[in-house]
Design a protein around this ligand. Structure first.
Ligand code: SAM
Length: 348
């Protein structure tokens, strides 16, 4: 089977949104085939550094190959971005100039013939990003009670026919492959426009198997604390469930008070940790959608960390005195940016 390369979505817009600068330090939380990472490294040269994370070991392998020319400036970690903070502290990779999330799946995963993400190829119903995860799509499809299955398909797939689909799946058990599942769905849902009837159910299963929404919320919270002075948080999402989480998070974090409307005086004590750079979402141009149809649903949101130089310096100081960091002693420790910052601060 032909596995087409992954084309990075909103590439120029991402580099601009991250305000990539020479010598900057960046995290790509969803490395995939390394397309965005390569552009970040290109624009942050000389001296730029990138830590790339992907839950899928195959993605790490592909990205390592694609990023060979930047070998001295990268650190690639096979892990889930839900562990973002721990990873950054372990590798002394803070504070950051920018953090990128390009959510969902890469073409390598969608077109791969054994992952079970696509209803176009016959494959076991797996859908795990990493084989170490226990829960598979096959387990959900063949073991969940009908009502729970319907709820999952409705919540994570926003599927109108969730109850009919769940009933049919239960009737057809055991459902072993992607094609068997797609056929079961086709028997109860007719094609709507260009969208295949199984699209929403496959999305729902993938989200459930990989706990995508829970992990996104947890990772966004961690990301803010890792950003330094004027650091940028950029998120590209591909469906409304993801985008809603990103939008709410950025809006809430950009407010000084989050008390319910009508509260006479503020009791929440919340202060803004982010500033929205663009109030509106950034979407691909018609040319990009034509060249890369996968980009059609992409929505980019960007925000900047609200923090003073002094607070930034305190984070660095705290980090540098951590015993764990002291013990680590790897090539990523005490980067020039930290030294420079300390000098700037001491001098003023
Ligand atoms: C859309 S692709 C990224 C493509 C990449 N920006 C590029 O230019 O090649 C999304 C990637 O994120 C990874 N991913 C999804 N959820 C993840 C998570 N919770 N933790 C780590 N990686 C994740 C997937 O395995 C996939 O490789």
């Amino acid at each position: 089977m032909l596995v087409t390369a992954h084309i990075p979505v909103l590439l120029e817009e991402t580099i601009q949104a991250l305000a990539v600068q020479p010598g900057g330090r960046y995290i790509d939380c969803t490395l995939g085939g390394g397309g965005h990472a390569a552009a970040i490294l290109e624009h942050s040269s000389p001296g730029g550094q990138l830590l790339g994370i992907d839950a899928d070991p195959e993605a790490i392998k592909a990205a390592r190959q694609a990023l060979k020319p930047y070998n001295d400036s990268i650190l690639l970690i096979n892990d889930n971005f839900v562990n973002l903070k721990a990873i950054c502290y372990k590798y002394d990779f803070v504070p950051l100039h920018g953090i990128l999330f390009d959510l969902g799946l890469s073409s390598l995963q969608l077109n791969g013939d054994n992952r079970g993400f696509s209803f176009k190829h016959r494959a076991p119903l797996d859908m795990r990003l990493n084989a170490d995860q226990e829960l598979t799509a096959a387990y959900i499809v063949n073991s969940y009670p009908e009502a729970e299955l319907a709820r999952l398909i409705k919540t994570y797939g926003e599927e109108r026919y969730s109850r009919q689909i769940a009933r049919r799946i239960v009737q057809e058990r055991p459902v072993r492959t992607t094609l068997e599942l797609a056929r079961a769905i086709e028997r109860v849902v007719k094609k709507r426009g260009k969208i295949h009837p199984a699209t929403r159910t496959f999305q729902a299963l993938r989200i459930a198997v990989n706990q995508e929404l829970e992990y996104l919320e947890l990772a966004l919270k961690q990301a803010v604390d890792l950003l330094g002075f004027q650091g940028r948080l950029v998120v590209i999402s591909y469906h409304s469930l993801e985008d809603r989480i990103v939008k709410r998070f950025m809006q809430q974090e950009s407010k000084d008070c989050i008390c319910p409307p009508g509260t006479p005086t503020c009791v929440c004590g919340h202060t803004a940790s982010l500033r929205l750079i663009k109030k509106r979402i950034i979407t691909p141009s018609p040319e990009e959608v034509e060249n890369n149809p996968r980009s059609r649903s992409a929505r980019l949101r960007v925000a900047e960390r609200v923090i003073t130089q002094e607070e930034h310096y305190k984070i660095v100081e705290k980090l540098c005195s951590t015993a764990e960091v002291e013990a680590l002693g790897n090539a990523w420790r005490r980067p020039s940016i930290l030294k420079k910052l300390r000098q700037t601060y001491t001098a003023s």
